[in-house]
Design a protein around this ligand. Structure first.
Ligand code: APR
Length: 241
């Protein structure tokens, strides 16, 4: 069977081998930082400086990070699917820009982006590669502090981006693949159920079986640079016959 409407969900595991770190693994980011302090609106109001320090360090790490074989394989898959008249949407929970660097175009950052900022007062949004400080002024309204610029990332308790679009596509997809995510964070962890409801084939690719691996029709386990590359190559062979 050739798939024509594909949704790929990615998480931190796809960027692990590019050095971006995962959240819930041993030595993961949430074992070193308290997520209530650095990834909630309340944490930002309490201590904006701590939050800026955390995201400034991650933004700096991103500057030198390079896409790996998994990002490149997914960009290749998008090209082949589009050439064959199909549609592929890559939905990432990652705030890095490694899918873009690899050449993916049909991409939705549901948890926002590290290299962008948004103003809490006027809503101005834009690209941001530098460090951000509590006294950095918004270029549009001049606001500073907790009413001014913040990383354009979705914190716990906030609404992810593009949810209506994602659910719309899930309701008509024929293949759903979940790559490098622990399946612990909703709504992304529930996408597999929506896809199954539409009759889609479902695949999990991860270092090890995730919390909801039983929900998937197929699973491939190992480092993303190997399993994603192999899975994509197999899919492309089927699409191109
Ligand atoms: N290849 C494939 N999978 C890997 C690799 C690798 N090299 N290394 C780790 N993994 C897997 C882990 O086994 C784990 O199941 O990637 C998954 C990463 O899970 P999390 O750290 O929970 O990351 P993620 O699922 O993306 O987290 C979701 O939580 O804190 C929030 O906003 C943050 O977007 C993030 C969300």
């Amino acid at each position: 069977m050739t798939f024509r409407r594909i949704i790929v969900l990615t998480g931190a595991g796809v960027s692990a081998e590019s050095g971006m770190g995962t959240f819930r693994d041993k030595d993961g980011i949430w074992t070193q930082h308290n997520l209530e302090d650095v990834a909630t609106p309340e944490g930002f109001l309490r201590n904006p400086r701590l939050v800026h320090d955390f995201y400034n360090a991650r933004r700096r790490a991103l500057r030198d990070a390079k896409p790996n074989a998994a990002h490149l394989a997914l960009a290749r898959l998008e090209q082949v699917v589009k050439r064959s008249g199909g549609d592929l949407m890559l939905v990432t929970q990652n705030v890095d820009n490694l899918h873009e660097k690899a050449g993916s175009h049909s991409l939705l950052h549901m948890h926002g982006e590290l290299a962008r900022v948004i103003c809490a007062s006027c809503g101005a949004r834009g690209a941001w590669d530098d460090d951000l400080f509590a006294d950095t002024e918004c270029w549009r309204c001049g606001a500073t502090g907790v009413r001014g610029l913040r990383p354009d990332v979705v914190w716990f308790g906030e609404m992810p981006y593009g949810i209506d679009d994602i659910y719309g596509r899930l309701s008509s997809c024929d293949l759903f693949a979940s790559i490098g995510t622990s399946g612990e964070v909703y709504p992304a962890a529930g996408f597999v159920h929506e896809a199954r409801r539409s009759g889609a084939h479902t695949v999990e690719l991860n270092l090890e079986p995730s919390a909801n691996h039983h929900d998937f029709g197929e699973g491939h386990y190992g480092p993303a640079t190997q399993v994603v590359d192999e899975w994509v190559s197999g899919l492309i062979r089927k699409i191109e016959v």
